[in-house]
Design a protein around this ligand. Structure first.
Ligand code: NAP
Length: 288
């Protein structure tokens, strides 16, 4: 068997993705005289969301993507937020709209997601985009950023997807479902596990590719990992000591995995990189 325990370095791979985006942004600018424009809407007073929004703006600046931030008071009415989304939909100079989630409880998050023009939906959460992806029609869709990041990490690690047994832990619209769709579209045989799954450890242990996206610290034990599997850990959790950790017991899993992502420096940096790429894709489709 090949060497075990390679670390898939998301920080390095995300740099590569951002450099690719920058080169394409430069090329677009040379061709049409303008750069993509991303608008991020922050409508909560959650400090973590404010950090995420700031980081997205900084990353966009670094690749030459114009970005505007709308910070709304946390008591902004549902009508006013929807009116802003409509205004951004109608603005021909806006390529990407991202409403930072979670929203305060008085908003209907699903209604806000559905209000975004699907061609500007850089989070890929609109039903039109999710539907296209689920139908295997990726070419016209905007696909959620974290799942795209997972696939790129798998590809960069040299994992064979075609014909692989892939197991995805989690079925959220944000991560689990789109990862499963992307793997299916790449000809993996996909099993999706969730909170009602029976014998999850045994199912996971058959996976050539194991993606964990459940949000439970160290849920995936070493024994859940088949020897030679490739493991992608999407989880971002705090352990009992308050330290950042994933869904996978990294040290034990690494002893059996062919290759594995750490937390931090795994999936996390890929998410912003693919937000930039989605904005570029939206701009290229809209403006060319
Ligand atoms: P979510 O919406 O809470 O979904 C969690 C999924 O895990 C659900 O499908 C749930 O099953 C399943 N689940 C929960 N406990 C389980 C258990 N004990 N056994 C089996 N399945 C279980 O979470 P999410 O948004 O998908 O995020 C998942 C994790 O990824 C979180 O830690 C989040 O912070 C992280 N994340 C990271 C990034 C990144 O950039 N790295 C981006 C997004 C999310 P049911 O459907 O049956 O309830």
């Amino acid at each position: 068997m090949a060497k075990l325990g390679d670390i898939i370095d998301g920080r390095e791979i995300s740099k590569k993705v951002r450099a690719e985006v920058k080169a394409k942004v430069d090329a677009l600018k040379a061709k049409i005289g303008t750069t993509p424009h991303l608008v991020v809407v922050l409508a909560s007073d959650d400090p973590a969301s404010a950090v995420y929004v700031r980081n997205k703006g900084k990353a966009a600046d670094e690749v030459g993507i114009r970005n505007t931030q709308h910070t709304l008071p946390a008591d902004t009415s549902a009508e006013d937020l929807l009116a802003l989304v409509e205004k951004l939909n109608a603005d021909p100079d806006v390529d990407g709209i991202l409403v930072q989630l979670p929203l305060p409880a008085h908003h209907d998050t699903e209604a806000v997601i559905r209000a975004i023009d699907p061609t500007k939906d850089v989070d890929g959460l609109h039903p039109n985009n999710a539907g296209r992806l689920a139908r295997g029609d990726e070419s016209d869709a905007l696909i959620p950023c974290t799942p795209r990041g997972c696939i790129r990490l798998l590809e960069e690690s040299g994992a064979q997807l075609e014909g692989a047994n892939a197991v995805v832990l989690g079925r959220s619209r944000l991560v689990g479902r789109p990862v499963a769709d992307l793997l299916t579209n790449r000809n993996a045989t996909v099993t999706v596990c969730h909170s009602r799954t029976k014998e999850l450890p045994a199912i996971a242990a058959r996976a050539d590719v194991l993606v964990a996206a459940i949000g439970r610290p160290y849920f995936v034990k070493g024994s859940f990992v088949k020897f030679g599997a490739t493991v992608i850990d999407v989880g971002i959790n705090r352990n009992d000591e308050g330290k950042l950790c994933g869904d996978v017991a990294f040290t034990a899993a690494r002893e059996r995995a062919r290759a594995i992502t750490p937390v931090p420096r795994g999936v996390g940096p890929m998410t912003i990189a693919f937000l930039l790429d989605n904005t570029l894709i939206a701009a290229t489709r809209r403006r060319s």
